[in-house]
Design a protein around this ligand. Structure first.
Ligand code: ADP
Length: 282
């Protein structure tokens, strides 16, 4: 699996008073097995970009190539692409509608035209992967907790066996425990199932300890692309585009500014603790 996004522009409502350039010369590629965070404040173009990755939108100019093929070319099978690039949109639990959890997750793979047993195997495996218990399979999706609803919705996309899974603001509206649970599932899908995972978020704290690479969008442009450590090293630049570095990184950088000889490119609480203890000779 590989995706190449090559000099992509996207203009909404071209030629009208509502014309808006939402993507501007965006170029990057995604390799198989990557774990990526896509960040930017609201309106920076993240959702527009995601909808290009599975062919829901077409570039105004430039191209998207999946495994080397231009997805805007004539005859390209967009339905198949949408099976390969699964997108879990924000608040996906609003789209649960079948009478029980299992039936809901069967919906996607059944639409792929698979036979009944394959549909059910996939649905069951997907529900297991997101930690839904057997006794919850035949419960109404409206009678489970908020975090469970979201997990069921993720399973619905997972059951299509995507090569790439995009989670758009997967932690929105969840409490810290629910947030950790969803991010642990994202880790599991990446680490154990080998799925290429892209998490869209406006929160660096959500991403810091999970993804391996961060893409930063601002005003339709891709302004940074690097490891979490590299990206968080640009605190002032990030703050100037409305993004905060993780709290841990901010604290270390404040300590450094105050004269303490600490590294300020650390991103996890454990790393920060060890660094502060080191400086104090402990
Ligand atoms: P994000 O996901 O980062 O919040 P979006 O991709 O939703 O950003 O939006 C990027 C820009 O495009 C914003 O200025 C937004 O107002 C604009 N936009 C999004 N959808 C439409 C649309 N359907 N018509 C016109 N403008 C849009």
């Amino acid at each position: 699996m590989s995706i190449i996004v090559n000099h992509v522009d996207h203009i909404y409502n071209p030629g009208t008073v509502f014309e808006k350039k939402a993507l501007c010369d965006v170029t990057f590629s995604v390799e198989n097995g990557e774990y990526i965070g896509l960040v930017g404040r609201t309106g920076s173009g993240k959702s527009t970009l995601v909808m290009h990755l599975n062919g829901l939108m077409k570039p105004t100019s430039g191209g998207i190539f999946y495994d080397g093929a231009d997805i805007a070319s004539e005859g390209y099978d967009l339905r198949e692409l949408r099976g390969k690039v699964g997108v879990v949109f924000q608040y996906p639990e609003h789209q649960l509608f079948e009478e029980d959890v299992f039936a809901d997750v069967c919906f996607g793979p059944r639409n792929l035209g698979l036979d009944k047993s394959e549909v059910e195997i996939r649905a069951y495996e997907a529900l297991k992967a997101v930690g839904i218990r057997d006794e919850q399979l035949y419960v109404s999706p409206f009678d489970i907790s908020g975090g469970e609803k979201r997990r069921v919705a993720i399973a619905g996309v997972l059951a299509m066996k995507p090569e790439v899974l995009v989670l758009d603001e997967p932690c929105a509206g969840l409490d810290p425990a629910g947030r950790d649970e969803i991010l642990a599932i994202a880790d599991y899908l990446h680490d154990n199932l080998g799925i290429t995972v892209i998490i869209v978020s406006h929160s660096m704290d959500d991403l810091a300890e999970h993804v391996h690479r961060i893409l930063v969008m601002n005003d339709g442009q891709l302004v940074m692309d690097g490891s979490a450590r590299e990206v968080f090293g640009h605190r002032d630049e990030l703050e100037s585009i409305g993004l905060a570095v993780p709290e841990v990184t901010a604290i270390l950088s404040d300590l450094k500014k105050a004269g303490l000889p600490v590294r300020d490119d650390l991103i996890t609480v454990e790393e920060a603790r060890d660094e502060i203890l080191r400086v104090f000779g402990k």
